[in-house]
Design a protein around this ligand. Sequence first.
Ligand SMILES: NC(=O)c1ccc[n+]([C@@H]2O[C@H](COP(=O)([O-])OP(=O)(O)OC[C@H]3O[C@@H](n4cnc5c(N)ncnc54)[C@H](OP(=O)(O)O)[C@@H]3O)[C@@H](O)[C@H]2O)c1
Length: 416
Amino acid sequence: MDTRCTAKRLDASEQALLNGGLKGNPLETTEAWVLKEGPKTRSTNPDIGLSCGKFVIPPLDDDEALLEPLFGAWEGNYGHALDRSPIDICVARGEPAVVLGNCGVVRVLRPPKAPGELKPGDICIQTGNAVADRFGYMVKAHAYDARNTMGVLAKRTKARARQLIRLGPDHQVASLPQWAAFSLRYVTAWANWRVAHGSFRLQLPVETFPEAFPVWAWGGGVAYAELQLAAHFGARCTLISSKASRLAEAEAAGFAAVDRRSFSDLDYDPKAYKMSDGYRERYRAAERAFLEVVAQGTGGEGASIFIDNIGGPVFRASLKALAREGVLTTAGWKCGMNVSYMRAMQCIARQTFVHTHYASFEEGRQAVRYAVEHEWLPPSSALSKTYAWHDIGQLSLDFNADRVDSYFPIFAINPL
Ligand SMILES: NC(=O)c1ccc[n+]([C@@H]2O[C@H](COP(=O)([O-])OP(=O)(O)OC[C@H]3O[C@@H](n4cnc5c(N)ncnc54)[C@H](OP(=O)(O)O)[C@@H]3O)[C@@H](O)[C@H]2O)c1
């Protein structure tokens, strides 16, 4: 299968017309990896789901800059978009073609018409909050469910000034690929940790619980970033992973590492649990084994904070692994968004659930400031090799098949 960026061209004028017309502006086109409207085939057809070709940049609003993306980090939303699940974003946006890529590192080509500080040549972190509520918290994600937004999988793209955090001399503590890895997962982790840790400390202030508190997490780039942050706040961190390389990376970061392959039947399916005795027995044995590991790692008390961005198959076990007054915190639903629990149990145990979605603009800025001041960064050793522009199709396949060892799969778009 040819996964390289080849001459399979979209018809630009057709795409522009389909995407809502040109509104009198001259055509500005770019080369892009494009998700086109279509059937939900990726799970049955091992196709990359993207085509590389010409794309018409939608007309820029006065507060939007024309940008040249430099680096991006592949992540869950690309997969969710390609799987057209939980939503088909072409259908949700009413657009026949979408350029993915919520976040990354970009260079300003043309600053917004509206007055501001951005100049041509500025290098910025592009954050992913496209549509916010009146408090600044994200409602819709850039290059995902927000209409008329365009991501970093293009040689040229656009974003609003408020989404851009200019990188200056202070930011040289990290390379541009590290900031690309930071732009989505670390910002999400910051916003989630702020609420999770705040909730935990509201019930158990330092005077009540002065010792290091256990924070556990299922693997993932957001969870890795959040554990690093938790350690800064006095937590004893444990990452649960299924890959030797990620377990080694966790240990290098100072976390305890738990290999989830030793309880691989921990895959809760409520229907099978009800219907099949064999399934129920296997599941229960795996859950017991998991809870025994948590008990050993937490002095029998359970986790003070459990980061579960996985959902469905592990939610029940995550909840059982939680200490009294514990916080179960999430920003994701990688393997299932429907969960159920018995409210009385959680009330009696005074447990708190935290749900966040990326970050407010201010939280994005806070995260970057904290990162610079406290060296809270993705280690360069934890980044993948950098995939070249024409190999992005291959990256899509590798990520989907879980062949990328790193939690931070980096790709380059334009030369520096
Ligand atoms: N709401 C938001 O704003 C927001 C922001 C960022 C991410 N998210 C979402 O949050 C989720 C996690 O994101 P991420 O970037 O951290 O993920 P990621 O880096 O892509 O990693 C996902 C990891 O989940 C683990 N995993 C997969 N299936 C599992 C299972 N059945 N049981 C236990 N662990 C399992 C695997 O870890 P191991 O290989 O180590 O076992 C896998 O590498 C995704 O769905 C993403 O879309 C939401």
